[in-house]
Design a protein around this ligand. Sequence first.
Ligand code: ADP
Length: 537
Amino acid sequence: MSTSTAAVAPLVLADVLPDGPPRLAPEVEEALVAAVGREHVLVGADVAGHADPFSFLGEATVVPAGVVLPGNVEEVRAVVRLAGEHRVPLWPVSRGRNYGYGGASPRVPGSVVVDLHRMDAVVEVDDETGYVVVEPGVSFLALAEHLRSTGSSLMPSVPDIGWGSVLGNALERGFGYTSHGDHSAFQCGMEVVLADGTLVRTGMGAKADSTAFALYKGGFGPSVDGLFFQSNLGIVTKIGVWLAPRPESTAVCMLTTPHDDDLAGLVDVLRPLMLEGTIQSNAVIGNAPVVASMVSPRAAWYDGPGLLPESALFAMNAAMGTGRWNARFALYGPASLVEARLDVVRAAVEAALPDASLRVTTYGRDVDPAEVHPADRAQLGIPSTDLIQMAAWRGGTPAHTDFSLVCPPTGADAVRQRDLLRARIQDEGFDYAGGFTLNARHAIALALVAFDRDDPADCARVAALFPALVADASAAGYAPYRSHPAFMDLVADQYDANDSALRRTVGRIKDALDPLGVLAPGKQGIWPGSASSRGGV
Ligand code: ADP
């Protein structure tokens, strides 16, 4: 990608990777043990838990050479310095629960996973101005518990499965379903360890003893926080996250439509309501199979050969009270404002989608999480792990992979994406279990492909499906925003404007900040040193 001009020789992966199953060199293991303690370095069979739990790559599945678990920032700094000395590639993860996109699995074999889950402090909670500061090991479940048990007035925003890291999810541009659901947008203030061990604080945090680390994104000069999202330029050890106060009233709305053709109307009625601020959350839109997969295996609806028949879709909707397309979103605030917002939503829906049904459940500020309908929890910021069930849709050894395409938030685009995803996914013999997260200015088309990890034919079809979907999407002007490590180069290749000028620019920054190329080589298609040789792999 770019030619290194650094005086030091960058990592040449082919030189450092041993033949056969990757093993950590004894002197590297010794150095890591000296830095963090014996019990915090995993090698041999103990690294299995840090491979991709849902791998479809068979023998090509990437297994790390070792795992190091630093307990504080100083240990992280020591680990990066050692990696430079020994030319060992590192792969940082926060909780390593990025399931569907490779879990904790590194891009290249021979890497040492830097698992940060021991650094799990909620460093600060400020109810007055609505933020928390967290370390990488804080999960959504732990943050929610912390806020409840300390009597905080703040409400977290949580993704579908709550065991992942608040910090890791924000860095990967994950999302939740409240008014603060765009997790990368609500980050403010960051602490990062660079490849040479330098500890950088961004924004206002660049001033020692700043009083506004998590309050003002700017500071004085260029903003560099963005360099560390989906990035291999540093290891993030702390972030500030803005949280909303738990509102007096929350109305969770479920809008269902009877026909497949209602998708465009559904998107086009919701977008203006989001743009004007009447609807404050995103809307998560799912088709009947995706809703069914949240609560049941496929075999409960259809056990025969081939794709789900129409009769199974009707059966699902009759049994679950769902429609062909289902949108869930929420309204927040004082009860009187929520009622007023609801009137506006009802009027818009009645005018545009007369066949649709709108069900509304209203919750008060102090509702007991146990009393909240499981499907409404995410809109109230209540984390759970129930949706891991979706991986078991097809039976066998549960696994899933996700495909996430960015598109404009219009009905026409949604229909185009539905058609291209459905055609290709069904061609490969999988059901189209999909939908969108709709925001005011963009939508993400999501397709969840569940498969049997122990069935080689299933795995081969998944491995073939992703590149085909990328090609179809690219031809239509769309690209994924996130991918399994195995497809990161392919996705990065789609961001090709001006001879891939952005990728080459990030490559130049990579060479400047990490001239040895030890941090997460290959992440998002950014390789150390001369990317034309891809670091020798
Ligand atoms: P989660 O547990 O939230 O699902 P992970 O810990 O698996 O998230 O992180 C997802 C990805 O984000 C990792 O594979 C890594 O590329 C990146 N990442 C996570 N944490 C950090 C961090 N602290 N610093 C730099 N990159 C990180």
